[in-house]
Write a protein that binds this ligand. Structure first.
Ligand code: BLA
Length: 243
């Protein structure tokens, strides 16, 4: 269902950047489960280049039970750009939830103006995909912008509306990256590094997918996937609290 989305992202990135494969820890790149009624596979890709220190995307294919495409792009610490976050989920025939955003690292006016306002006209044209739904797991005021796409929708709209919106968001993001001057002040660079690390911790602590990973692939694998791949700069809660 989202394969064309994955292929588009891949093509855009490979055309613009000199990408190298970024290693994925052993055993986490692919897994298959036959625990449920239908079999499920999970496959991940990761790349890097001088401007983007971590590109990762994951596809879960559990046939009609679940189709998931999830991605985060982390710029180099020399760019204070938001992260590009994508989470497209289809469960069964009915439930489709799509989220896409430039996930801000900072919340000051100047930052909003520079990195978030450019999304406005796009978001206005895809108003139907920005439904102001309430967040249960995350806090909309942390690492989400006011122009995020967040919708409960249907398969038809995924093709007719989400696909073009997605392409425009990605192109805009890469265009902003190309126009942004890298930081040179070590303190500014440190601040970005810290904000990106905090994003990983925040996301790992709240990730609504850990139950899903556990149910298909077991708790141990799920924990490794979360803390060694998806959000590798986060430490597990029990460790963080010293237990
Ligand atoms: C929600 N994301 C969800 C849910 C799941 C995932 C299972 C809950 C759906 C429900 O309501 O039942 C799945 N999250 C995943 C998967 C991965 C993951 C499969 O990290 C990893 C492979 N989530 C992101 C990113 C964004 C994001 C990058 O990982 C940003 C665009 C957003 N996901 C997001 C939001 C929700 C969500 C906003 C709704 C959660 C809420 O209500 O608070």
């Amino acid at each position: 269902m989202y394969q064309a989305f994955r292929e588009f992202l891949e093509r855009e990135l490979f055309e613009r950047f000199d990408l190298r494969t970024r290693p994925i820890p052993p055993g986490l790149e692919f897994n298959a489960s036959d625990r449920g009624k239908t079999s499920a596979t999970i496959r991940s890709w990761s790349y890097e280049c001088p401007q983007l220190r971590k590109i990762r995307y994951t596809y879960i294919d559990a046939g009609e039970m679940a189709q998931v495409f999830n991605s985060v792009i982390y710029p180099s610490h020399h760019y204070d750009l938001p992260l590009l976050g994508i989470d497209f989920l289809t469960f069964g025939k009915k439930k489709i939830l799509v989220v896409m955003d430039f996930q801000p690292l900072f919340r000051d006016e100047a930052y909003q103006e520079k990195y978030i306002e450019p999304m406005k006209s796009l978001r206005d044209r895809y108003d139907d995909l920005a439904q102001n739904l309430e967040m249960k797991f995350y806090d909309a005021n942390q690492y989400f912008s006011k122009y995020l796409l967040f919708a409960k929708t249907d398969a038809e709209t995924v093709q007719s509306r989400l696909f073009p919106a997605y392409q425009e968001y990605i192109r805009l993001y890469l265009q902003i990256l190309e126009q942004t001057e890298p930081l040179s002040d070590p303190e500014a660079i440190q601040r970005v590094a810290k904000a990106q690390k905090d994003y990983d911790q925040y996301s790992a602590d709240r990730d609504p997918a850990s139950g899903l990973f556990s149910s298909y692939f077991g708790h141990e694998w799920a924990e490794r996937f979360l803390y060694e791949f998806l959000f590798e700069d986060a430490v597990p809660l029990a460790v963080a609290s010293g237990k």
